[in-house]
Design a protein around this ligand. Structure first.
Ligand code: ADP
Ligand code: TRP
Length: 323
């Protein structure tokens, strides 16, 4: 089984990315043939500052390596170091109906917000399909918001198989894999945590910054004395991510009993978050001291990924008549 996923270096990663995606990516490396990449080509649709893009690429690489991604076990690379994916994307484009892309939420949301969509944003699901199909991926671990893009990928793959497969599977049909229990991590305002909403808790921000951000979590005006339903409270929803079952039950009880205020809840959440990421934070600092080593790891991963990518492109070129 081949597992593949990509993550965009479009900002600093947050705990929503971790619990919704990164943790699953790292766990899969012991059981499966895993490919993970930093989707820098995709990030160009939103990041328009070269220095910032480079910073985020390095940041994401450091995050994954610090959080336990083992480049010996996982093929870990930077998207743009496997340019073959663009060759496949073009061929897929010629088989992608406009309607399929027009229905995509990512595109519809941006246009609805009045943002002028460019062709890159519109065509982005096709490049994403190429990312997946070029490695004959079977499973694609992602957060819920990406399911539609996997559907699009399957649709495109079925078309190419139908048109050029001569009864055989030219490209492997992939499946999305979503971790239901942590499907959507809320942000400090209660909406989905997202880099684009300015509501995130960054995994490796300083204690001072995290304290300040947690301080901004939206609450109501109930006094500490009042009993509360824990499920309604953002601090509890976030605490759940870090706590064991017993800890969570004890915490729920505290809310229900009354006498547990929002200030206490914020303090407890901060402590849990810091403890959870402390060992990774240390590792990240070590890795950050040698960025050259990190780039080497990415390039070695890309060299491995390219072998698979080139074989797929060769196969598809032959099937469509370009060779
Ligand atoms: P963002 O919304 O912050 O820009 P991305 O869209 O780059 O995040 O998502 C990267 C990965 O993290 C995807 O697999 C996505 O589904 C997952 N993800 C992002 N935000 C969340 C969240 N709040 N809860 C769960 N998973 C998330
Ligand atoms: N579109 C994904 C996101 O925004 C990132 C991504 C790009 C991806 N290519 C992919 C995810 C291929 C899975 C497979 O989160």
């Amino acid at each position: 089984m081949r597992y593949l996923s990509g993550i965009q270096p479009s900002g600093v990663l947050h705990i929503g990315n971790y619990f919704g995606a990164i943790r699953q990516h790292i766990r899969s490396q012991d059981e499966h043939d895993s490919y993970y990449f930093i989707a820098d080509y995709h990030a160009l649709t939103t990041v328009r500052d070269a220095e910032v893009l480079r910073e985020h690429v390095l940041g994401v690489a450091l995050d994954y390596l610090a959080l336990g991604l083992d480049p010996e076990k996982t093929t870990f690379f930077r998207h743009s170091e496997v340019p073959e994916v663009q060759e496949l994307a073009w061929i897929l484009s010629t088989l992608t109906p406009m309607g399929l892309l027009e229905r995509c939420h990512s595109y519809k949301d941006k246009t609805a917000k009045g943002i002028a969509p460019d062709h890159g944003l519109f065509a982005y699901p096709v490049l994403m399909a190429a990312d997946i199909l070029i490695y004959d991926s079977n499973k694609v671990p992602v957060g819920k918001d990406q399911i539609q893009h996997i559907e699009v990928t399957r649709d495109i793959a079925q078309r190419i198989n139908h048109v050029y497969g001569k009864g055989q599977e030219l490209l492997v049909i992939p499946e999305a894999q979503v971790e239901e229990s942590t499907a959507v991590v809320p942000g400090i305002d209660g909406q989905k945590m997202s880099k684009s909403y300015d509501n995130t808790l960054e995994m490796f921000a300083s204690e001072k910054k995290l304290k300040k951000t947690i301080g901004k979590i939206v609450t109501d005006s109930r006094t500490p004395e009042e009993p509360k339903d824990p499920e309604e409270i953002i601090m509890y929803q976030l605490y759940r991510l870090f706590a064991s079952e017993q800890e969570l039950e004890a915490m729920a009880e505290r809310y229900r009993a009354g006498g547990y205020g929002y200030g206490d809840a914020k303090k407890d959440l901060l402590e849990k978050l810091l403890d959870y990421f402390a060992p990774y934070r240390k590792k990240r600092e070590e890795l950050a001291g040698d960025p050259g080593g990190v780039y080497e790891i990415l390039s070695a991963g890309a060299a491995r990924a390219r072998e698979t990518a080139q074989a797929t492109v060769e196969r598809v070129y032959k099937a469509v008549g370009l060779r």
